[in-house]
Design a protein around this ligand. Structure first.
Ligand code: 3HC
Ligand code: NAI
Length: 692
């Protein structure tokens, strides 16, 4: 008998329970256990119906991803599904938590499904670069019709119990999964309900078979924003086979595509990213089981761009926020922007109509820093000036209660220096959110020299609670993300001096998969900020300076490296910029040369990877995968390339070192010299990812 799956029979109903923490994934042991128990239940004459349920926090969350890429173990999932589906006795899946991927496919092979009211059901395989590989693309369209199936499978987003009930995916919403499943099974027996095998029920496919545009329109709507990802399109193809082919043939096609995707570079990168994200939550040097400090009440200082967005993130997770400003006017402006933001989301249907009111009610806007005294966590988001930050931290130290966590959202400043302004440096750290803070998922958790382990642990936990992806990093100029961004930016600017144009650089990088090129990004942030700071420091960057002198500050003035039409954020090519660049280069006595797209990608990406290697050498990031998570969630690095360090491993570190040496020589730029770590790894044919 399996020790992860058990069978208990109770008054004619056999209850098959999976108990394989943390998420009841379908490991070989779980598959074997289900198969054994189902076969036993079928053979047991006292059992007339079978309920499949899970203990712990969730129903089966999918195939066991750790088994992917390894030699397959018996029994296969198909054998388990066949046993459940062909059972002569009714089978019922009783769902709580998340029925995802292979988990939902198991449920779809059962004859009936019930779920509790908080359950989520989905086929998220595309997020791992795969498609449902155990009949999901064939059975789900038969359960809910092709339109919703496309929406769920191609986007990978789950639906809740109510929608599952409305669409016919489940039969009932029950109070508690396992007891509800049993009651439902008894009802089936009492009513002598016929078994329903989805494989034999094409009713919901009829409309799309008569008019295929029902399917193609749904696919077009769901694949609009997939940006280079292979899996969503492959998944759509597989659903098409459900419409066009008999069940078994469709299943065969699904299998073929699944195996192809499984060995693709994209899926490997996406699976790597899944584990990298979870690994990032484990803090090196902080012992397991350390009790994090409790964070129930939060205060945020500064209601500007970042303070407002950070406040929204906490409030969205139901955590009340005290928002402190210097004056009523600044406070009202901040609150007004948040309110408008919520109203716009509600108008789009993104949140319920009453949500803006409820969420704003969780914000206590106030003037006067003494109002932070009840907060467990204080996040400072005032102007990026050391003197101001120091002054604010001195005041925080005066009013914060003992044990409160004191965080700064600084982008670049030295947090050790800020911590010195307090008498409790052990409570100080960075929480570096990204703009717009209510949308972007990354939070760099910056560990300062004295930050206490329970502070770090608390901040990582609360960041996850508000839906962020926390990555612990060390103190340095720009931390991990912005420091690498600066290295890239230096090369992007240099490419203009060599002969590339902003639109060429941006196009090469967006083709590579970045959501935005470096010059459109500059226009968005505002070119005047860097210009003023360069003037203060007596530094020149001739092309950008020329743009700013011509009043081209970026999106805010309707023109920068690109031009922008009224009310639009789309960067448009502007011949005026080309002229300005040409004039600047001839003034400097430089000639434009042809710069290839390959050179653009290599110089911009390899330079930031080299900086990433330096960050690893210095211990600012503990793992290469942490750097990847920063870039995936803070800057939109294409997930199918896994992150810059994973990409480097894929390209090969020897090649990277060779190309960097070449560019360092050609452009006489010492910053491009491969770092010691990169050289060593290249020599040993090593990988960043293998450094642990
Ligand atoms: N296989 C193996 N391990 C898994 C796993 C899976 N499918 N899902 C989660 N885990 C592990 C995580 O790695 C983590 O391990 P760790 O504690 O050692 O880091 C642990 O379970 C807990 O996971 P989370 O930290 O993510 O826990 P949450 O409670 O935040 O989230 C979840 C739970 C929503 C289930 C989330 O883990 C998740 O989305 N999992 C992946 C679901 C998925 O993609 N399923 C499809 C798999 S592919 C498939 O089924 C193919 C099939 O069609 C043939
Ligand atoms: P902002 O200028 O929009 O807002 C700053 C706010 O702080 C203003 O509303 C100001 O009135 C308020 N303020 C100033 N001194 C104060 C005090 N003593 N007490 C209370 N409030 C005070 O600036 P923004 O963009 O929100 O930046 C804030 C911090 O976040 C900076 O450290 C910045 O580097 C960092 N950051 C900014 C990002 C961005 O993209 N804007 C991204 C990530 C971090």
């Amino acid at each position: 008998m399996s020790n992860v799956v058990s069978l208990k029979s109770h008054d004619e109903v056999g209850l098959v329970t999976i108990d394989s923490p943390p998420v009841n994934a379908l490991s070989a042991a779980v598959r074997g256990g289900i198969l054994d128990c189902v076969q036993q239940a079928i053979a047991d004459p006292t059992i007339r119906a079978i309920v499949l349920t899970c203990s712990g926090r969730t129903f089966i969350a999918g195939a066991d991803i750790t088994e992917f890429g390894k030699p397959p173990k018996q029994p296969g999932l198909d054998e388990v599904l066949a046993a459940l589906e062909s059972s002569p006795k009714p089978t019922v899946a009783a769902i709580h938590g998340t029925a995802l991927g292979g988990g939902l496919e198991v449920a779809l092979a059962c004859h009936f499904r019930v779920a509790d009211k908080n359950a989520k059901l989905g086929l998220p395989e595309v997020k791992l670069g795969l498609l449902p590989g155990a009949g999901g693309t064939q059975r789900l369209p038969r359960a809910v019709g092709p339109e919703l199936a496309v929406k769920m499978i191609v986007s990978g987003n789950p639906i809740g119990s109510q929608e599952a009930l409305r669409s016919g995916l489940i039969e009932e919403v029950v109070e508690e999964a396992s007891a509800g499943g049993e009651t439902f099974a008894r009802k089936l027996l009492a009513e002598k309900r016929a078994i329903r095998r989805l494989r034999d029920d094409d009713t919901k496919l009829a409309a799309a078979r008569a008019d295929r545009s029902i399917f193609t329109t749904a696919v077009a709507a769901t694949t609009k924003k997939i940006r280079g990802l292979e899996a969503p399109l492959a998944a759509a193809d597989a659903i098409g086979y459900a419409i066009d082919l008999p069940f078994d043939e469709g299943l065969k096609k699904e299998r073929e595509i699944f195996l192809r995707l499984m060995s693709s570079d994209q899926s490997k990168a996406q699976r790597y990213a899944f584990f990298a994200e979870r690994e990032a939550a484990k803090i090196p040097g902080v012992p397991n089981g350390i009790q994090p400090r409790l964070v129930e009440r939060v205060a945020i200082i500064g209601a500007g761009t970042m303070g407002g967005g950070i406040a929204m993130s906490f409030v969205n997770a139901g955590i009340p926020v005290t928002l402190v400003e210097t004056g009523r006017e600044q406070l009202d402006r901040g609150l007004d922007i948040m309110r408008k933001n919520y109203d716009a989301t509600a108008a789009r249907g993104g949140i319920p109509a009453d949500a803006p009111e409820k969420r704003m009610a969780l914000i206590n806007g106030t003037v006067g820093i003494e109002n932070i005294k009840h907060a467990d966590l204080i996040v400072e988001a005032v102007f990026e000036t050391m003197a101001i930050k120091k002054d604010v931290f001195g005041q925080i130290d005066q009013f914060a209660k003992p044990g409160a966590i004191l965080a700064t959202n600084t982008s670049f400043l030295d947090i050790n220096e800020i911590a010195k302004e307090t008498k409790r440096p052990q409570d100080v750290l960075g929480m570096h959110f990204f703009s717009p803070a209510n949308v972007m998922k990354l939070c760099e958790v910056v560990r300062a020299a004295d930050t206490a382990p329970d502070v770090l642990q608390a901040v990582v936990s609360v960041a996850r609670k508000i839906g962020k992806v926390p990555v612990v990093v060390g103190v340095c100029d720009g931390f991990v993300g912005n420091r690498m961004l600066m290295a890239r930016q230096r090369q992007a600017s240099q490419l203009l001096f060599d002969g590339a144009l902003p639109q060429q650089v941006d196009a090469a990088l967006t083709k590579f998969g970045m959501p935005m090129g470096p010059f459109a990004m500059g226009d968005l942030a505002g070119l005047d900020i860097g210009w003023r700071s360069r003037k203060d420091r007596g530094i020149k960057s001739e092309i950008e300076d020329a743009l700013c002198e011509a009043g081209r500050f970026g999106q805010k003035t309707g023109k920068g490296f690109f031009r922008y039409e009224e009310g639009s954020r789309a960067p448009l090519h502007d011949p005026e910029v080309e002229k300005l660049i040409d004039e600047t280069l001839s003034r400097l006595g430089r000639k434009r040369r042809v710069v290839s797209d390959e050179e653009i990608i290599e110089r911009t990406t390899y330079s930031m990877i080299n900086e990433g290697a330096r960050i690893l050498e210095e211990g600012i990031a503990a793992r290469a995968s942490d750097i990847d998570v920063v870039w995936l969630y803070g800057y939109g690095w294409p997930i199918y390339r896994g992150g810059p360090m994973h990409y480097a491993d894929h390209v090969g570190l020897q090649r990277l070192a060779d190309r960097l040496s070449y560019y360092a020589r050609e452009s006489n730029d010492a910053s491009l010299q491969p770092t010691q770590l990169l050289m060593e790894l290249a020599e040993q044919d090593g990988k960043f990812g293998a450094r642990g």
